[in-house]
Every structure is written in C-alpha cells, then in structure tokens.
Design a protein around this ligand. Sequence first.
Ligand code: F6P
Ligand code: MN
Length: 335
Amino acid sequence: MADITVTEHLLLHQKRTPQATGQFTGLLYDLILSGKSISRRINKAGLLDILGGTGEVNVQGENVQKMDAIANRIMLYRMERCGALCAMSSEEEAELVRVSPEFPRGDYILVFDPLDGSTNIDVNINVGTIFSILRRPEGHTGEVTLEEVLQPGCRQVAAGYILYGPSTMLVLSTGQGVHGFTLDPGVGEFLLSHPNMRIPEQGHIYSVNEGNWKNWDEPTRDVLQWFHNCETPDGTSYSSRYVGALVADFHRTLIYGGIYLYPPDRKKPQGKLRLMCEANPLAFLAEQAGGKASDGAGRILEKQPDRLHARTPLFIGSAKDVEAVERIYARCAQA
Ligand code: F6P
Ligand code: MN
C-alpha cells in the first residue's frame, strides 16, 4: 500500500466535506507541526535538563513539570499564529487566551491539555497532547466571550491526541470515524497506520487507580467489584492495567477495548479529569469509534461546562463495559 500522509488524508476529507474550509485544514496542519516539535523535545528530554518540575503549581493545583511548560509554550506560540483561531484554552492557563489582534483571527476555538500524564516523563513512560476543536457560534464577532467557549462536547468539530510513546502517534477524528497516524521520524511525516479505528463492543481490561478504593462510595465499589468478577465472552477474567497517563490508558482501550474509569471520590467529588480538555475530546473519539463515554449517569458529550476547568467523573471505552457501569449506578440510586 502506498503511504498516505496525514496532509493527504486531510485534503481528501476536505474535498469530501462541503463545509470544510482551508482554514480548518490549516489549523490541523499547525497543530500537527506543534506535536512534532513537542515530540522532538520529549525524545531528547533526558539529555537537555528539561526533566523534573519547575517548582510551580498550576491552576489545577498540580506541580508543573518543565516539559508541561515547554509543551504549553510551543502550542500557544504556534497556534496563535495559525490564522484559524479566535481563542484557546489550555490546561496550564487559568484564563481563556484570546488571539492577539496583531495576528489574523479565524472562527475556531482550540482547547488542549499540552502534556497529559506529564509526571510519567521522568520515568520515560508515555505522555501525550490532547486537543478539542470547537467552532465559534454563528453570527458572533468581536471579542470572544467565555460563554461562546463553554460548549458541550457534542459540538466539537474535531478532536484527537498525539501520543509520545515508543512511536509518536496522532489519533484524530473530524467526525468521520477515527484514524491513527504514526510519525516516521526519518521522513518527518505522520503516515496513516490505523485507518477506521473501532473499539471492540466488550473488552477484557479495566483501568483505574485502585489506590482510591478507601475514598470511594459503595456504588463505585460495586462497579469495581463487577469488573473483578465479570467474564469476557470467552470466559476469561478481566485484567487490570493502569499507566496513570489518561492518553495512554485511553489509547490502549481504543485498540483492545475494555474500560478506563476515573470515578468521583471523597477527596474529588466531581472527579479528577477536566471535562473540556480531557474527557470531551476522548469521548468524541470513543463515540466515533463505536464506544461510549459516560459520567456514570449520562453521556459526557452532553454535559454543559460551567467553567473552563470544570471536572467530571469519566467512564470510557467499550459500549457494553460503559453500559454496565451506568446500570450499576442507576440500580444503586434506586435502592
Ligand atoms: O491529567 C490528569 C492525569 O495525569 C491523567 O493523565 C491520569 O490518568 C490521571 O491524572 C492520573 O491520576 P491519579 O494519579 O490520581 O491516578
Ligand atoms: Mn491531563
């Protein structure tokens, strides 16, 4: 098979989608370029004194790693200049970042987590950049307001991630299925390696930080006990896997099936993960691949964010596994 580059793939989709403009393709192109720059820095992190923390604590109350700050700067710098955006929201920035008037502005809004799972970087384990692309609501001009940005995930026009692992991979959906591309470092291009990714209907892996057990309520413990005891269609038990980088745990779930869970707990009653820059983009990919994403009671993509850094519980992966979680919570709520 001839290699298809991500640029060729995007241009093909642009031709097939009448509403797609060159502006949108340009946005993705610059996003991919930012991902390549971050990938290069990460590959050399151990050699460049860019491991470890900056000593600062971010808006989320987490220690900022040097690579978090570098990835954030790369994204903000390049994307502000891409000409397709009017605003950005980063996990590392407390406020909305409006594109400066000195640059051309477009109709899109980019929400991103510059380096998910960054505490893994010191031990040379996968991290990734997660992104969500929204369109400014029709008819709005002038300075972008926060209300325009606070859209439910079902309004995303594209979402994806770049996973910096043994290979660097881009996993992307523009609403026409999910496609995976692997970076060929020699050529410097992402090549289509995983066309039309689909999540198996039921998996054999559950992925959760079980160290939180003592802080979980009874319904959540019931959910976990379900996965301890249930069987796959071929009669084997579920296995447990937890990288501790959402993007990596999700990537495995997308390919093998199963479920990733970050339930609410006593210390984090709203859950830990960010709705707009983590849960929404991955929920979009999960649904596009035939899977599901829920907060335990309903669809992630229908949740109305009340602020940029709103948090949510997250149950994501194979449709049957996510449905089992919703069933258990619903049964407990009735009891
Ligand atoms: O961004 C939040 C995050 O680092 C995710 O990547 C990861 O899945 C999760 O937190 C890990 O949280 P914990 O350390 O509580 O298991
Ligand atoms: Mn993250």
